[in-house]
Design a protein around this ligand. Structure first.
Ligand SMILES: [Zn+2]
Length: 433
């Protein structure tokens, strides 16, 4: 159905606003989007219809689809986040320190954020919408049994696992088939939690039904410290074309994204996803306190919204998730702009911020735009040429694997059907005399 699902409730916005790294951000984001009239529909508008859906908090079993029992028992126990003394060994084992401190309300937070993303997934799988939005999701650093990088629950991984479940084949509803899911991550930081959940060092064991592509900044000392955040080496033994990284240098601008976007599209074309999960972290936008990239929100080819618009134009059922973004008003601007885009009614970038409770936060421009700054783009022509060379080889590997996977599917699905037919008509008796 050509509609957009938007997951929100007062409880979700309040609980999500407790996240220590992004205090009140959720309330700021949803307030702006609501004040711009993007959560309602009147017949005179040409926007796609919107379904505003309340999240169903995740149950234990929903979370246990990925997280370990020990981790869930720790994180869902209110005693461990209410200020009571907690065993130091547990704190260390589950990553609940430094950038992931326990905070009152954490068990509710985990259930609501995972539940919000899974509510969006349910609408997508059941065909109630073409695009589903959950700006409170996108926690891409959380691990199976450990919190990390402001992320306590791996909602991206839970979403991918749910989207990969069997669905009726659109061409033959009597046949169930496994959908192909592409995860694309635009956050400034490497999506290590998602990568590690699905990566296998044995190329032959990699699933041909899931593809991970993270575009991020990587440098010594930059979070997360991961050997997987670098450019892949297609000539290495065990190279897995289904788990890809595309690191960019400091100052990445619209022009750099416009150039690498051709590679993203080539990967998508070789993989041919049914579902796309797009993590829309906005900490790479100009004006973010991280100040690493210099990405503009809209206007130019290669801008953040241009890239998201390209993904929406692919025609796949798409889940839009939030992520990083440490200027709350800029996160609200970006996600409001994208929400309008998802409804096929782009807003002018000079749209004035409407009068609402968050209005003073948008000084001094009081408009929707997040323009690029003057930082130098350190992604040189030589570096981007190397990225193009490597991704050319990765795309070739994907095409080869796609042909093999298709042959395997043909063999496993159709040859037994022929064997059944031959048995029915007594072909084997005839052949064997
Ligand atoms: Zn980030």
């Amino acid at each position: 159905m050509e509609a957009t699902t938007y997951v929100v409730s007062n409880e979700l916005a309040k609980i999500s606003s407790l996240l220590p790294s992004n205090k009140k951000r959720s309330l700021i984001v949803h307030s702006l989007i609501n004040a711009l009239g993007l959560l309602s529909h009147n017949q005179d508008q040409e926007m796609l219809p919107i379904r505003v859906v309340k999240p169903v908090p995740a149950q234990y079993d929903d979370l246990a689809a990925y997280h370990t029992r020990d981790y869930l028992e720790f994180i869902l126990d209110p005693k461990n986040s209410s200020g009571a003394v907690v065993e130091q060994d547990d704190v260390l084992e589950y990553g609940m320190e430094d950038d992931c401190p326990p905070f009152p309300g954490l068990p509710h937070y985990v259930r609501y954020v995972a539940g919000a993303t899974l509510t969006a997934v349910r609408d997508l799988r059941e065909g109630r919408c073409k695009t589903a939005i959950c700006w409170d999701g996108g926690r891409h650093h959380a691990q199976k049994s450990r919190a990390s990088g402001f992320c306590y629950v791996a909602d991206c991984v839970l979403a991918i696992l749910a989207l990969r479940r069997l669905l009726p084949d659109p061409h033959n509803p009597a046949v169930l088939r496994k959908p192909k899911v592409m995860y694309l991550d635009l956050d400034l930081h490497f999506s290590d939690g998602v990568y590690e959940a699905f990566h296998t060092s044995s190329s032959s064991q990699a699933s041909s039904h899931f593809l991970h592509l993270s575009i991020h900044h990587a440098a010594p000392g930059f979070f997360p410290a991961s050997p997987l955040a670098v450019l892949p080496d297609p000539s290495a033994e065990g190279f897995n074309p289904y788990t890809l990284s595309l690191p960019l240098q400091r100052g990445a601008s619209d022009a750099t994204f416009a150039r690498i976007w051709k590679l993203v599209e080539n990967v998508k074309d070789a993989f041919r996803p049914d579902f796309v999960v797009l993590q829309c972290g906005v900490d790479g936008l100009a004006g973010d306190p991280y100040a690493v990239w210099n990405w503009g929100l809209s206007g130019a080819e290669g801008s953040f919204a241009w890239c998201v618009g390209r993904v929406l134009a692919w025609g796949c059922r798409t889940l839009l998730l939030g992520g990083g973004g440490y200027s709350s008003p800029n996160a609200a601007r970006a996600w409001a702009y994208i929400t309008a885009l998802a409804r096929k009614e782009p807003l002018p970038v000079d749209t004035p911020i409407p009068d609402h409770s968050g209005f003073p936060l948008y000084a001094p421009s009081f408009t929707l735009d997040v323009p690029a700054g003057h930082m130098q783009d350190q992604n040189t022509d030589a570096y981007l040429t190397e990225v193009e060379r490597i991704y050319g080889r990765a795309v070739s590997a994907l095409r080869e694997r796609d042909i093999e996977a298709h042959d395997d599917e043909w063999a496993t699905r159709y040859i037994p059907m022929f064997l059944d037919v031959y048995e029915d008509v007594g072909y084997w008796d005839y052949c064997t005399g």
